[in-house]
Every structure is written in C-alpha cells, then in structure tokens.
Design a protein around this ligand. Structure first.
Ligand code: GDP
Length: 433
C-alpha cells in the first residue's frame, strides 16, 4: 500500500489531522501484551484506496534544535512516503519554518499536497492564497478540529498514488527481519544473501529492487523486505525508537513471514516484545530467531532454558518456531529458508470443511462445551473463511457463551490436527439461529 506522510512545523495541527484521517483505523490494538496504542502510524482508506499514514511530528528525534528537528522529519517523509501532506496554519500565515520545510520538500521527487489548516470558517478561506508563495501548488483549506475539507484533501492525495504497480503474480515468499538495533539484523541480511544465489534483476521495471533483495534457494524464490532500510546506517535510521517502529511496521505490512530477531547476549527486552507484538497483531507468519548464539557459554540446559524464557515472555507467540543462530559463525542460518517456506505454507493453508468439522465435533466430544445460567454453548458448524492468517468462523447458538479458554481449547485441537506452525489462527464466533 502507498504511504502518506504528514509534515509541518509544531502546532499546525498534524496530529489532529492524523487522527481525523486515521479515524478508528489505528494500526495497533491494545490487548496484546507489550503493545501500546501508537499514534504515529495507521492504516487508513479513502474511496477504496488503502494507504498507510505516518505523522512525522510524532517521531521523537531526541533533543534536536527546532529547525533541525523539522528538517529531519521532512527527510523521513521524503524517504518513506509516496505522497507528502505538508500542513501549514492559516492563523499564523507563512512562517520562516514553513519556508524551510518547503525548501526541503522541493528537493524530493515526491508529490506534495499543501494543506492549510485551521480554516474553521468561510471568511478565512481568502487568506489561503498567501500560501501560493510556498511554490507547492494549490493550497487545500481544511479544519482538523471541525473536520472540514479533509475529503477534498484526500481526493488530491489518492490522485497522486502510483498507478497500480506491477500486480504481477509473484510467487516469491516475502519475509522481513525485525528487531531492535544491534540484534544483528544487517549481519543476518548479509550472511543470508552471501549464502544464497541472489537474483539481481527483479520484475522488470519495478523500483522495489533498491529496497528489497531477491534470492533463490533450490526452486524457491524469496524476497527479503526492506534490506536497504536495515543496512542503511544513517543518523535517523534506527537511532530513534519510534522511527525504527515505523520502519518495522512497514516491513511487516509488506511481508508474509516475519523473523523476530532477538539477541542471545542481551536476553529479552521490553522493546523486543513490542516489535513481536506488532507482527502478531498484523497476523503474519512468525519465526523467532535468537541471534549471536555463538556468544553464550553453553551447557546442555542453555537452549532449553532460553526457549522456556521466550515461551513465557512471548506467551501469545506459542505458535512461532524458535531458531538459535549466529550471523557471525553462520550456525543454522541455512535452515532459515526452508523454515520460512514452511511457515508461509501454513500461513496460507486452507483446510477442508469436512475435516475441520470432524476435528471440532471430536473436540466437543472430549471436552463438553461450557454453559452459563443453565444455557449451554452449542456449536453447529465451522468453516474456514480466509487464509493469511487462517481464519475460521464457528457458528454457535450464542457467542457470549464461548469463553476464552474454550476458544483456546478449540484452537489447540485445530492446531493439533492441521499444521499451522508459525501462523496465528483466528477464530470468530457467529450466532446462528
Ligand atoms: P542491527 O542493528 O540489528 O542491524 O545489528 P548489526 O548487524 O549491525 O550487528 C550489531 C553488532 O553485533 C555488530 O557489531 C555485529 O558484528 C555484531 N553481531 C551480529 N551478529 C552477530 C553474531 O551472530 N555473533 C556475534 N558475536 N556478533 C554479532
């Protein structure tokens, strides 16, 4: 999906407009441990065009001086976005800071839409003409607080989206490496690309070559997503936590399978959980990769102990396989492609309704459905409604009677019958009269 970035100096109303556009579609839901609701990145949609939205004003760049900070934010927007929405304020008119931002945006070969915020009443509309002086074309009057003008603005934004890029049916398995700085992602990227046959020419004419890396193992093609971002070691790359989160979210969006990379030397940190939580929420296939395995003095408990720690710290990722590797010594790296392929297969697995219903009915026979106030849960029928991740609808007499623990039991029975290793599965209860 295309990415839209919001830029502008402080107090022009960036986050108000972000929330208007994002609506309820904030990317992160709160019930995964370690994940807090994020206000700088969201999935949104306008007239059937989905896009990702970034509020660069929310990116915490540390203690940079004011002008430096808005400059960095504009640069991030230029790097990350397909379309940039530059917000100014009719209340303050054209400021020096606006001009500084405009100057940076000229250098971008990206479309920029100029939005003049705080046009809360019709009289103020005359004043938007001053903003032609920024040299960025027609200014769009909006009012974030009143919710005015955002429709026209979004029309202009989606008109600039790249034409439906290569919707070529690409058989490659897309995966990404995510994890906090220094866990060894770029070392792994280099080691994996060093070990496998890299395919240099991507699908003809796409611009993705520069960002992603394509390689082949036996007969399977893989695309490692956003390798450029991982390898690039600039000032803003990974040095600020929120920015690395945006990169991770984008990479997750573009992947079938996500490798959550941990550092054996440092153990598990809060940030690791957040990163893993995003991938889980997004419903991607997940593999937990413990890197720097060479650094530990090991006895015959070390691996099992580490595994137990991961299982208790990442309880919601119980489906994810764990691999212990070293980018340095290359230990077990050669196992990754086959594992990624397997998880990808499971992530897109579709099971037959008859087999599924056998499993569900057997499950109910082993462990009777719960009841409440004399009313027992009845399960009529289950069907798989989609893949990636596998999603099942279970028709019942009353969804409120489906307790969390019983849903978990059914999920485990389904997992025991079919191979869903590495993929979340979603169960949805529906009432059938
Ligand atoms: P990134 O920030 O996640 O991309 O991490 P890097 O790949 O830049 O690695 C951070 C540091 O860890 C570098 O000094 C690497 O040489 C080192 N490193 C990476 N992988 C390994 C490993 O498997 N073993 C050891 N001993 N060091 C590693």
């Amino acid at each position: 999906n295309p990415t839209v970035a919001i830029v502008g100096r402080p107090n022009v109303g960036k986050s108000t407009i972000f929330n208007r556009i994002a609506g309820e579609r904030i990317s992160i839901v709160e019930d995964t441990p370690g994940v807090t609701r994020d206000r700088i990145y969201a999935h949104s949609e306008w007239l059937g065009h989905p896009f990702n939205l970034i509020d660069t004003g929310g990116i915490d760049l540390g203690d940079e001086p004011f002008l430096e900070e808005i400059r960095s934010q504009a640069e991030i927007a230029i790097d990350e976005a397909d379309v940039i929405v530059f917000i100014v304020s009719v209340k303050e008119g054209v400021s020096d800071a606006d001009e500084a931002v405009a100057k940076i945006l000229y250098t971008a070969k990206k479309p920029v839409i100029l939005a003049v915020n705080k046009v809360d009443n019709p009289e103020l509309r005359q004043e938007i003409y001053d903003f032609y002086s920024l040299g960025l074309g027609d200014p769009y009057p909006i009012s974030g607080s009143h919710g005015l003008g955002t429709g026209d603005l979004l029309d202009a934004v989606i008109a600039e989206f790249p034409d439906n890029e290569e919707v070529v049916d690409d058989p490659a398995i897309r995966f990404s490496l995510i994890g906090r700085p220094n866990v060894g992602k770029s070392s792994m990227v280099n080691a994996i690309l060093g070990e496998n046959r890299v395919i240099v020419s991507d699908i003809a004419g796409t611009t993705r070559d520069a960002i992603d890396s394509r390689f082949q193992v036996d007969d399977d093609e893989f695309v490692m997503v956003d390798t450029a971002g991982i390898r690039k070691k600039g000032k803003v790359y990974e040095n600020t936590e929120k920015y690395s989160v945006i990169r991770a979210l984008k990479a997750i969006d573009n992947s079938d399978v996500v490798l959550v990379v941990l550092n054996a030397e440092e153990g598990i940190r809060e940030q690791d959980k957040r990163v893993a939580g995003y991938a889980h929420e997004a419903g991607r296939g997940i593999i937990i990769v413990v890197n720097k395995w060479d650094t530990l003095k090991k006895d015959n408990h070390t691996l099992k102990d580490f595994e137990n720690t991961i299982r208790s710290e990442f309880a919601y990722l119980s489906y994810a396989p764990i691999v212990f590797v070293s980018a340095k010594t290359k230990q077990r790296l050669e196992q990754l492609p086959a594992l990624i392929k397997r998880v990808n297969t499971n992530h897109s697995r579709r099971v037959q309704s008859s087999a599924l219903n056998d499993v569900v009915m057997d499950a109910i026979a082993i462990n009777p459905t719960p009841s409440e106030n004399g009313k027992r849960l009845r399960v009529y029928y289950a069907t798989q409604v989609s893949t990636e991740p596998p999603t099942f609808v279970i028709f019942v007499n009353d969804p409120d009677l489906m307790h969390f623990s019983y849903a978990r039991f059914l999920e485990n029975q389904i997992r025991a019958a079919f191979d869903f290793e590495g993929t979340p599965v979603h169960l949805i209860e529906r009432r059938r009269k």
